[in-house]
Design a protein around this ligand. Structure first.
Ligand code: UT7
Length: 336
């Protein structure tokens, strides 16, 4: 048995910055509300027609990660792509990355676990590497939310939060099993599936033709729905539980954490976790202020920026934790 470790990180966000004031021009919202309730100052939105998609953003992040890992694209043995906003209903973006990067015909897997998608994807990559089946795995989290949001006052409880972007990591074999990814922890609670969801079009629900036929101006089923307060309350509990689970599994204490990179859902959630575990500002990385909530992309974007800023050093205990739609949640404990 081996461990896996992250040897390359990259991120890409579209150039177009959308401030809270920009949003207040198209819906009844304001900078003070958004900053106070979420911590978000601005986010990035792909401009329609610019050519960026969930896949192309993922590819751009992946190219940086591959270069920083010092490997060739043909060294990649497997691709895992996490997103809730794929270019096509099918096939998923994994194969599009294989095509666009010109990688030989390796396996490509799509993960649909929303905000915890990257944590799930890392866990999958880790297992393949641990068993020796694959050596180098490309893991991508990428989202293009902005084209599918209700940008009117009706949708403001959701639309102001989400942003576009991508992050990627190269995981490789680590022979020293005291280093690298020490453990991953995954959970779900499907009884709350609809509390944070986008239910149409869906084969088991209403298909595109049904939506067109109904032509109902009050139809909100093809926009994301979130029961914000309920999600928030569950998030703070599950984040805490799954961090404790990971620490206990590795006989670590909160004081051993050098850096916690939480999914960037809401700055207040991160601050709650920080307080609960009595972590200093240096021990928790947040960038939701700049990018909003980029779902499966949020952890790899944040981890990349933390690494670029020198906040992730060899020997550090780095904890990734996420919670989101499903509900699904999880954590990754890393000895860098
Ligand atoms: O990433 C996946 C997991 N997601 C999360 O963890 C998100 C969890 N939830 C949250 O982050 C928060 O619940 C939100 C940021 C979504 C909302 O914050 P909140 O403090 O829970 O606000 P609320 O939904 O209870 O709404 C409070 C008020 C309402 O007005 P009334 O009924 O009190 O008059 C809303 O209509 O704020 C109003 N409101 C807004 N006002 C200005 C909702 N959205 C907006 C807005 N601008 N964008």
């Amino acid at each position: 048995m081996y461990n896996s470790k992250i040897i390359g990180l990259g991120h890409y966000v579209p150039e177009n910055v959308v401030t809270n004031d920009d949003l207040s021009k198209v819906m009844d919202t304001n900078d003070a509300w958004i900053q106070e309730r979420t911590g978000i100052k601005e986010r990035r939105h792909v401009v329609r027609g610019d050519g960026d998609t969930t896949t192309t953003m993922g590819v751009k992040a992946a190219k940086i990660a591959i270069e920083r890992a010092g490997i060739d694209k043909d060294d990649i043995d497997f691709i895992v792509f996490a997103t809730l906003s794929p270019d096509y209903y099918f096939p998923g973006p994994g194969v599009l990355v294989q095509r666009d990067l010109g990688i030989k015909s390796v396996g490509a897997l799509d993960v649909r676990n929303q905000c915890s998608g990257f944590v799930y994807a890392v866990s999958i990559a880790d297992q393949y590497i641990k068993t020796g089946m694959y050596k180098n795995v490309l893991v991508i989290g990428s989202e293009l939310h902005s084209h599918g949001l209700d940008m009117t006052t009706r949708g403001r409880g959701v639309s102001v939060i989400f942003g576009d972007g991508a992050g990627a990591a190269i995981l490789t074999r680590e022979e020293d099993t005291t280093k690298g990814i020490l453990s991953t922890h995954l959970h779900s609670e499907g009884q709350h599936a609809e509390e944070l969801s986008l239910i149409a079009p869906g084969m088991g629900n209403r298909w595109v033709t049904d939506i067109m036929e109904d032509n109902d101006p009050n139809d909100e089923s093809y926009f994301p729905h979130m029961n914000g307060q309920f999600v928030f309350k569950n998030a703070v509990v599950r984040f805490s539980e799954v961090i404790v689970e990971g620490l206990e599994k590795n006989k670590l204490k909160a004081t051993d954490i050098d850096l916690l990179v939480p999914h960037q859902a809401n700055l207040r959630i991160s601050q709650f976790i920080q307080k609960k575990f009595q972590l200093s500002d240096d021990q928790v990385f947040n960038n939701i202020m700049k990018y909003g909530n980029t779902t499966a992309a949020s952890i790899p974007i944040a981890l990349t920026e933390a690494w670029e800023e020198g906040k992730v050093k060899s020997g550090d205990v780095v904890v990734l934790a996420a919670f989101g739609s499903g509900f699904t949640w999880g954590s990754v404990i890393i000895k860098w």
